[in-house]
Design a protein around this ligand. Structure first.
Ligand code: IPM
Ligand code: MN
Length: 373
C-alpha cells in the first residue's frame, strides 16, 4: 500500500505530538511492508512567520496532491491582536473548506484505565463508545447573510441546509453505524426550527436505505443531558455543524481529557485528520503534551484513507494497553488510581510515544507469528 501523507504540524505542541504520530505510522509501514511518504508543510502561525499567510498556496497545493492530510495544531498567543481572518486559526477553516470534507468524525470513548479522570462516576461512563458525525461545511458557520451592523446594533447569522447536504452526511453516519452497534441518534431542534424539520425528514428518508440500523431522533437540549446521564446508550450521533461543535466538547468529559481525542474529516477531495486539542503554547517544548490524541488520529488515517482496519485497531489497543499499565502524561495524571489498578507513572510526550510503539510492535509480532503457524 502506497500513501502520501501531508504533515501540517503547525504551532505549539503540534510538532511534538505529530512527531509521535508519524513514528507510529512509520512503524506500521515497516511492519506491513507499506510505502508511506510524509510531506512536511507549513500551516498556522509558523506559516504566517515564514510567508505572511496561515495557509500558503504551496501548502494547499501539496495537500490536494496527497492521499491524506495530518494536522497537529494551530494558534499562538502572539497573534491574538490580529483580526480573525488573519490569525493562525483562519488557516484551519480555510483548509477544511478547500479539502471539502463535510463529515467530521469525533470518537468519544471511556477508557477503563482513565475512569477516575472523568468527573462522571465510573458506573456512568463504563462502556461508553460514541462516534459523533458532525456536518462540517454548512449551517451557521457558512450560511449567508451574515453581518454585524454596529450602527444599528443588529446582527445576523443564517442556519441554512439543503436536502442534499443533509442526506450526504446522514449516509456517512448510517454506513459507519452499520459497522458498529447499528444505531444512529440524529440531533436537531425540530420543535422550533424549520432547518431542523428538513434535517429530521431527510434523515428519516435516508434511514429507509439502512433497514439494519435503528434511527432515533433527539432534541439537542435533552441530548445534552442524556449524553451525561447515560452515555453508553449512544452509538453514532449525527448532528449539524454547531450542535456537533458543542456536543462533541461536552462528550470529551466522558474520556476525561481533550488530549486523548482524535478526529477525521471525510467525504471531500482529501481527508483531513487532526487531534481535537489545540496548540497549548504554555506547555510547548516541555515534553508534557499528550501525544495520544495525535496517535489515535494516525489510527483514523489508516482506517479511513488506507482501509488498514487491523492496523488502526492495533494502534487503538496499544494505547489502551499502555494506559492500563499506568503510563500517564501530565494532563491525564490527575485522577485517583482505581482499586486494583497498577500504580501510575508520569511519562513525557516522547516516552508515551515509545511505549505505544513497543505495545504495537508486540501485538504485530503476535499477529505475524499466528499467521506463520
Ligand atoms: C473545533 C473548533 C473549531 C470549530 C473552531 C476553532 C473554528 O472549535 O474544531 O471544534 O468550531 O469547528
Ligand atoms: Mn469546537
Amino acid at each position: 500500500m502506497r500513501l502520501k501523507i501531508a504533515i501540517l504540524a503547525g504551532d505549539g505542541i503540534g510538532p511534538e505530538v505529530t512527531n509521535e504520530a508519524v513514528n507510529i505510522l512509520k512503524a506500521v509501514a515497516e511492519f506491513g511492508g507499506h510505502d508511506f511518504t510524509f510531506v512536511p508543510l507549513l500551516v498556522g502561525g509558523v506559516a504566517i512567520d515564514a510567508t505572511g499567510s496561515p495557509l500558503p498556496t504551496a501548502t494547499l497545493d501539496a495537500c490536494l496532491e496527497s492521499d491524506a492530510v495530518l494536522m497537529g495544531a494551530v494558534g499562538d498567543n502572539k497573534f491574538n491582536a490580529l483580526p480573525p481572518d488573519k490569525r493562525p486559526e483562519a488557516g484551519l477553516l480555510q483548509i477544511r473548506q478547500a479539502l471539502g470534507g463535510f463529515a467530521n468524525l469525533r470518537p468519544s470513548i471511556a477508557y477503563p484505565a482513565l475512569s477516575a479522570n472523568s468527573p462522571l462516576r465510573p458506573e456512568v461512563t463504563e462502556g461508553a463508545d460514541i462516534l459523533f458525525v458532525r456536518e462540517l461545511l454548512g449551517g451557521l458557520y457558512f450560511g449567508s447573510p451574515r453581518w454585524w451592523n454596529k450602527e444599528t446594533g443588529e446582527s445576523i447569522n443564517t442556519m441554512r441546509y439543503t436536502k442534499s447536504e443533509v442526506a450526504r452526511v446522514a449516509r456517512v453516519a448510517f454506513e459507519l453505524a452499520a459497522k458498529r452497534k447499528k444505531k444512529v441518534t440524529s440531533v436537531d431542534k425540530a420543535n422550533v426550527l424549520e432547518v431542523s424539520q428538513l434535517w429530521r425528514a431527510t434523515v428519516t428518508e435516508v434511514a429507509k436505505d439502512y433497514p439494519g440500523v435503528t434511527l432515533e431522533h433527539q432534541l439537542v437540549d435533552s441530548m445534552a443531558m442524556h449524553l451525561m446521564n447515560i452515555p453508553r446508550n449512544f452509538d453514532v450521533v449525527l448532528t449539524e455543524n454547531l450542535f456537533g461543535d458543542i456536543l462533541s466538547d461536552e462528550a470529551a468529559v466522558i474520556t476525561g481529557s481533550l488530549g486523548m481525542l482524535p478526529s477525521a474529516t471525510i467525504g471531500g477531495q482529501v481527508n483531513l485528520y487532526e487531534p481535537v486539542h489545540g496548540s497549548a503554547p504554555d506547555i510547548a517544548g516541555t515534553g508534557k503534551a499528550n501525544p495520544l490524541g495525535a496517535i489515535l488520529t494516525a489510527a483514523m488515517v489508516l482506517r479511513h484513507s488506507a482501509s488498514l482496519e487491523q492496523d488502526a485497531a492495533a494502534i487503538e489497543s496499544a494505547v489502551s494497553k499502555v494506559l492500563a499499565a499506568g503510563a500517564r502524561t501530565a494532563d491525564i495524571a490527575r485522577g485517583s488510581v482505581p482499586q486494583n489498578a497498577p500504580a501510575q507513572y508520569l511519562v513525557s510526550t516522547q516516552e508515551m510515544g515509545k511505549l505505544v510503539h513497543q505495545a504495537l510492535a508486540e501485538s504485530i509480532d503476535r499477529r505475524q507469528s499466528m499467521h506463520a503457524v
